[in-house]
Design a protein around this ligand. Structure first.
Ligand code: 4AD
Ligand code: MG
Length: 461
């Protein structure tokens, strides 16, 4: 058996030889004495053309097959120099594996992404989603490759946790369905503080706190896993379940952190351009014209760096009405982020040193006592793609920050101990993996870059 990918990558080796393929019919047309099948076997973005003629004993049966029937084909690979595709297979045998029916929902025509979301189990068979999900896979590999080549240790941080890593209260709480044994409070309500684990637990919003523990043992670590947020944001960039890449580096400050983020972004973009050529050409032609040139430009130029205070000045001087008014102290909204990166700099921009009130408790307070050593990376088309910071390593200050944020230091006892036993300056960031896939493909809705999206009020599959 061979694969369509092997044929495209090494056609000389297969030319004029007998090959055997298994795959699904993407398109079929036939006349009285011969027909054509576009066969896709899932190993490659492109399909391969099969020609079949009336010498096949099941010729008439084949001609009536519906789209997405799975078949096995034996035949000879021949060059077709005058045709659009460089080669085709002249079938000597076609075996039907599993038939498909005429009501197959992915007929050959343009479908809206909304419609395709309603058939999330079938959409990976369409061109667009075949390209998106192969790029998603290649991008995951590029991320591991980048960190592993630099000696980072991959840490599997827990999904079930009892801490709120962002201190923002946007967690999905866990409980069991063991109704008889659920502990109850005096008011006859479920006592989550005494449930399954003997305390209140939730799905993690970020692996950062645990990654910090490991960075203070291994120096350079990263996590890459699913994270969960019960944010009520019904936007094209927020999902309740998304994947995050979180490196954490010890003996490092905010500058080192930005350097790492920029190197990582350039590396993964180059890797995908190099290793997903067919898919990227497809996005460049059908989803986002100019995508490839833009991404190449990013790899070859420096990212911009501005402080939050400078960003506020820029926004105040903008000849533009924003929906959310701007003044020092407000959090940047997507419209602000996009203005800065799309209209002012037209490239990725790091915004640093945000007011402490609008950022998480663990970020290191700057000398001015007003701002923290935070960095967000904003990119055109998306807005915030990375959020990170240098961490507060000073025990007393961190304790006070936890209190100021209305949290209980007792719940963070182990996190505080990291500052007690050989703490050091350290930093890290989180890359929203779906946003990275959107950035690389030009897809504009997060629901279209994760196989089975979970967003507010939608979990159909
Ligand atoms: O800025 P965030 O909230 O930072 C953290 O969670 C830190 N603990 C990361 C760290 O320093 N280790 O999230 C990081 C990134 C965002 O920049 C965004 O790209 C993505 O995660 N993100 C989301 N992506 C999809 N849906 C959501 N609801 C997201 N929330 C954050
Ligand atoms: Mg953020």
């Amino acid at each position: 058996k061979t694969t369509v990918k092997a044929i495209y990558q090494n056609s000389d080796k297969y030319l004029d030889k007998e090959v055997k393929l298994e795959g699904w019919i993407r398109n079929i047309r036939s006349s009285k004495s011969f027909g054509f099948i576009e066969l896709n076997d899932g190993t490659f973005f492109k399909s391969i053309q099969i020609v079949f003629g009336e010498q096949l004993q099941n010729f008439r049966e084949i001609g009536k097959l519906h789209l997405s029937t799975s078949i096995m084909v034996k035949g000879k690979l021949v060059a077709t120099p005058q045709a659009k595709q460089p080669f085709e297979i002249q079938a000597t045998e076609i075996e039907i594996e599993g038939i498909s029916t005429s009501d197959y929902p992915l007929q050959k025509k343009r479908h809206t992404f909304e419609y395709l979301r309603s058939i999330a189990h079938l959409r990976p068979r369409s061109n667009t989603f075949s390209a998106v999900f192969r790029v998603r896979s290649i991008l995951s590999y590029a991320i591991h490759k980048f960190f592993q080549e630099r000696g980072f240790v991959y840490v599997h941080t827990p999904i079930i946790t009892s801490s709120d890593a962002e201190g923002a209260g946007e967690m999905f709480r866990l409980t069991t369905l063991d109704l008889q044994n659920l502990p109850m409070t005096e008011d006859n309500e479920i006592d989550f503080s005494k449930d399954f684990f003997g305390k209140s637990t939730n799905l993690t919003v970020s692996g950062q706190l645990e990654a910090e523990a490991y960075a203070l043992a291994f120096k350079d670590v990263y996590t890459f896993g699913p994270t969960f947020r019960a944010e009520n944001s019904n936007t094209a960039r927020h999902a309740a379940e998304f994947w995050m890449v979180e490196p954490e580096i010890a003996f490092a400050d905010l500058e080192d952190n930005m350097k790492l983020a920029e190197d990582m972004m350039k590396y993964i973009i180059s890797y995908v351009l190099e290793n997903a050529k067919e898919e990227m050409e497809f996005f460049n032609s059908f989803i986002d014209q100019g995508l490839i040139a833009r991404l190449e430009g990013i790899v070859n130029s420096d990212f911009e760096k501005i402080t939050y205070t400078q960003a506020i000045e820029l926004l105040k001087n903008a000849k533009k009405e924003f929906q959310y008014p701007v003044e020092w102290g407000v959090d940047l909204q997507t419209e602000h982020e996009r203005y800065i990166t799309e209209e002012v700099y037209k490239k990725p921009v790091f915004v640093t040193d945000y007011p402490k009130e609008i950022k998480a408790f663990y970020m290191r307070i700057n000398e001015d006592d007003k701002t923290v050593a935070a960095m967000d990376l904003l990119v055109p088309g998306i807005g915030e793609i990375i959020g990170g910071s240098q961490r507060e390593e000073r025990l007393e200050i961190l304790e006070q920050k936890i209190l100021d944020n209305g949290m209980d230091p007792k719940d963070y006892w182990w996190y505080l101990e990291l500052r007690k036993y050989g703490g050091t300056k350290h930093a890290g960031f989180g890359l929203g993996f779906e946003r990275a896939v959107m950035y690389l493909t030009g897809m504009t809705n997060i629901r279209d870059v994760i196989p089975f999206p979970r967003t507010v009020k939608s979990a159909e599959f």
